[in-house]
Design a protein around this ligand. Structure first.
Ligand SMILES: C[S@@+](CC[C@H](N)C(=O)[O-])C[C@H]1O[C@@H](n2cnc3c(N)ncnc32)[C@H](O)[C@@H]1O
Length: 237
C-alpha cells in the first residue's frame, strides 16, 4: 500500500507551495469557505468530537478546531505535524500510520480528510476509508475532497495536448469506494468546474466579481463529475 508523495512537499515547503501556486491557493480558499459553511450548518452547536485524518501542516484542522469541543489530528509525518502544532491551539496530535498501528480513539462525530485520497493508491484508499468508518459514531459525518479528478475538463485537455498528469480518482470511482467502505454521499460541491485550461488556472484572479459569479454558478454537485476539485460530504451507514 503506498502513498504517491514524491511530489508532495513537506513541512513549511508544503504551505509555501499551496500559497504560491495560484490554482492551489484558489482551491484552498474555496475549500475553506465551503467547509466553514458545511460545519456551521450541520452542527448548530459545536462538534463534540472531531478528527482530521492526514492533517499535514494543519491547513484544515486549524480552520475547524474552533468549532469542536475536542479535535484530534492524525498524520504519519512528524515534520508536517510540527508545522501544524504552531497553528493549532487545542488540537491533540497523534503521529501514526493508521494502517499499520492500532490506534484506539473514542468514536468521533466528524472526520475530515483533505488532499489524501487523490494521492493514495487504491488499496490504501480502501483500507483508510474502512478504518475511518470504524472511528465514526453511528450517523457520523465524513467530509473529504478530491483535487485529482481525471475527468475534470482542465485535466482532459491537459492529457489530449500531451500532458502526462497521473490521475485516476474520478467522482464515480470515489463514490464506489465510499459505498464499499460503508458511506453514503449526501452532498457534493464542485470547485473550479468552470476553469477549463491550466493556463487560465495559473492566472486566476480569486477575488474578481467574474470569478465569484462563475464559482457560484458551477458549484452544484452535478458539476463535480467535471471539476478539478470537489468536496464530498458522506454519512456512515
Ligand atoms: C498532501 S498532504 C495533505 C495535508 C492536509 N490534509 C491538507 O489538505 O493540506 C497528505 C498528508 O497525508 C499524510 N499521510 C500519508 N499517508 C498517511 C498514512 N498512512 N497515515 C496518516 N497520514 C498519512 C502525509 O504525511 C501528508 O501530511
Amino acid at each position: 500500500m503506498s502513498y504517491r508523495n514524491s511530489h508532495v512537499k513537506k513541512g513549511k515547503d508544503y504551505d509555501d507551495f499551496i500559497k504560491n501556486q495560484p490554482f492551489d491557493a484558489y482551491m484552498a480558499s474555496v475549500e475553506a469557505e465551503l467547509l466553514t459553511k458545511i460545519i456551521t450548518t450541520n452542527y448548530k452547536e459545536s462538534v463534540p468530537r472531531y478528527l482530521d485524518f492526514a492533517s499535514g501542516t494543519g491547513r484544515i484542522i486549524e480552520l475547524l478546531e474552533k468549532y469542536a469541543k475536542k479535535s484530534i489530528s492524525i498524520d504519519i509525518s512528524k515534520e508536517m505535524q510540527e508545522q501544524a502544532k504552531k497553528k493549532c491551539k487545542v488540537t491533540e496530535f497523534i503521529c501514526a500510520d493508521i494502517t499499520q498501528e492500532n490506534i484506539s480513539i473514542e468514536p468521533v462525530d466528524l472526520i475530515t480528510a483533505f488532499r489524501f485520497f487523490g494521492n493514495a493508491e487504491n488499496n490504501l484508499r480502501m483500507s483508510v476509508l474502512k478504518l475511518l468508518n470504524t472511528y465514526l459514531k453511528e450517523n457520523g459525518m465524513l467530509v473529504i475532497n478530491n483535487h485529482r479528478n481525471p475527468l475534470a475538463i482542465k485535466n482532459i485537455l491537459h492529457r489530449i495536448t500531451g500532458g502526462n498528469r497521473d490521475l485516476d480518482l474520478s467522482y464515480f470511482k470515489l463514490r464506489s469506494l465510499l459505498e464499499q467502505c460503508g458511506f453514503k454521499i449526501i452532498k457534493t460541491y464542485a470547485i473550479g468546474a468552470w476553469i477549463l485550461r491550466d493556463k487560465y488556472a495559473q492566472s486566476l484572479q480569486p477575488d474578481s466579481k467574474l470569478t465569484n459569479r462563475l464559482e457560484s454558478a458551477f458549484r452544484s454537485g452535478k458539476f463535480s463529475i467535471l471539476s478539478p476539485d470537489m468536496i464530498i460530504v458522506a454519512k456512515k451507514i
